[in-house]
Design a protein around this ligand. Structure first.
Ligand code: URA
Length: 443
């Protein structure tokens, strides 16, 4: 469309004709979205057009950068690299809570803008807000101050970053256009890149608890994310990781914080949480040039965890965000619990062969640990703990899980759903691999 003045109608007509939009048109549309000059009808037509005429990789980079530039982009004056991580979400995925302070303990700066629970998946902010006093809604200025002082700040999104995404996401939600790799990529990355990170790591989940349950679509998304972020100048690696079962043995807000604290304070390390934190953190330290290899990066993260330095950073962040100043010493007393706790045993002895992880996430939501409507208040103490993993033996002396509920009636409902979510077979089997693939910048 060189030489012609751009306008929404002309761009949408091009899309309708199935023509690939050039960077100029994509940039114009995203900027106009951010300025509030595009109607919902036009945004819906745009989203549908992209679904029908997918972008090439240059187009994805152009759309992502234009959406990033539709609002503020942060500037930093800190003595180490600014790093961040994004996960596509799952059940029992509390890695951000361990990774951000571990990176801070290694000398990086982590402004981690995170989300709340979505559907059956838990949200990092809801987990942190189980800590009394923790308020994730702070201004961008305060977030930058805390990041500079402590090394990490896990906070909620700001309207000032990537406003084009906020508008487009709302429209996609009601026009059946959420499920597009181009639009998901631009949406996730525009917000992350607006923080101006020097490297990014992406945890793309695969399995029954993931948003993309099958490996092929998760891998296609991971490749698009990595190519686009690198194309936008941000060194990025993605790990494809297992979500055929919850990552840790708990699902629920305070219960997952307990598991993180047990790992950070070395009072009860969860192997999968440790391993994924090390692998994601190792990739970031390498991609930002802090270490010469990924393995060295992983070793630095391991040391930050085992020395207790990551735990100290977590405590400093909690205090700076309004939580208790003695959280690291008194976390067991500070976290809320549930009035009913019930162990659930399998109908027959055997080995866990399969888990409907999405169903486990739904159980937590229905116990009150997530939202059925946007306005719902979360009960931070409810959820599931002691979850048995694939390959584990269960029977009358080893339960499937413990339910934490607000009432006996809610525990009854959760118990039925829990038993249905687990398949138990007669033969032992190996647990699934945690890390399925690594997709680096040159992929
Ligand atoms: N998360 C986002 O931020 N955007 C999407 O489109 C999907 C997941």
């Amino acid at each position: 469309m060189a030489g012609t003045a751009l306008d929404a109608r002309a761009i949408l007509s091009q899309l309708r004709a199935g023509t690939q939009l050039g960077p100029e048109a994509l940039n114009w549309f995203a900027q106009a979205l951010g300025r509030g000059e595009i109607s919902d009808a036009q945004a819906g037509a745009f989203a549908m057009g992209i679904c029908r005429a997918p972008l090439d990789s240059a187009g994805r980079v152009a759309l992502t950068c234009a959406m990033r530039d539709s609002g503020k982009t942060l500037q930093w004056d800190v003595p180490g690299p600014v790093l961040d991580k994004h996960s596509t979400g799952g059940v029992g995925d509390c890695v951000s809570l361990a990774l951000a302070p571990a990176l801070a303990a290694c000398g990086a700066y982590v402004p981690m803008i995170s989300g709340r629970g979505l559907g059956h998946t838990g949200g990092t902010l809801d987990k942190l807000e189980a800590i009394p006093g923790y308020r994730s809604e702070v201004s961008l200025e305060r977030m930058q101050q805390i990041t500079a002082q402590v090394g990490c700040a896990i906070v909620s999104a700001s309207d000032d970053l990537a406003p084009a995404d906020k508008l487009l996401y709302g429209v996609r939600d009601v026009t059946g256009t959420v499920d597009s790799i181009d639009l998901i990529t631009a949406s996730i990355l525009s917000k992350k890149l607006a923080e101006a990170p020097e490297a990014l790591v992406l945890d793309v989940k695969v399995g029954s608890g993931a948003i993309m349950p099958d490996r092929a679509s998760a891998e296609a998304l991971a490749r698009a994310l990595v190519q686009t972020a690198n194309g936008a100048g941000c060194p990025t690696t993605a790990l494809l990781t297992d979500m055929s079962q919850p990552l840790v043995t708990a699902a629920g807000n305070a219960l997952e914080v307990i598991e993180v604290m047990e790992t950070l304070t070395m009072t009860g390390v969860t192997h999968a949480l440790w391993e994924l934190t090390v692998q994601l953190g190792g990739a970031l330290l390498f991609d930002s040039g802090m270490t010469v290899t990924r393995e060295q990066g992983g070793e630095e993260i391991s040391k930050a965890l085992s020395s207790g330095r990551a735990a100290e950073k977590f405590g400093e962040m909690v205090a700076a965000m309004g939580g208790p100043t003695d959280f690291i010493e008194r976390w067991r007393d500070r976290l809320p619990g549930a009035s009913v706790q019930r162990l659930v045993f399998p109908e027959q002895k055997g080995f866990i062969s399969q888990v409907d992880t999405r169903a486990l996430g739904e159980i937590v939501v229905h116990l009150g640990g997530g939202r059925l409507r946007g306005s719902d208040r979360i009960n931070p103490g409810v959820g599931l703990s002691q979850l048995a993993g694939i390959g584990e033996e269960v029977g009358q002396d080893r339960p499937i899980a413990m339910i934490h509920a607000a009432s006996q009636a809610e525990a009854d409902r959760a118990e039925d759903a829990l038993v249905a979510a687990y398949s138990v077979g007669p033969l032992p089997l190996d647990p699934p691999d945690l890390i399925l693939a690594q997709i680096a910048g040159d992929a």
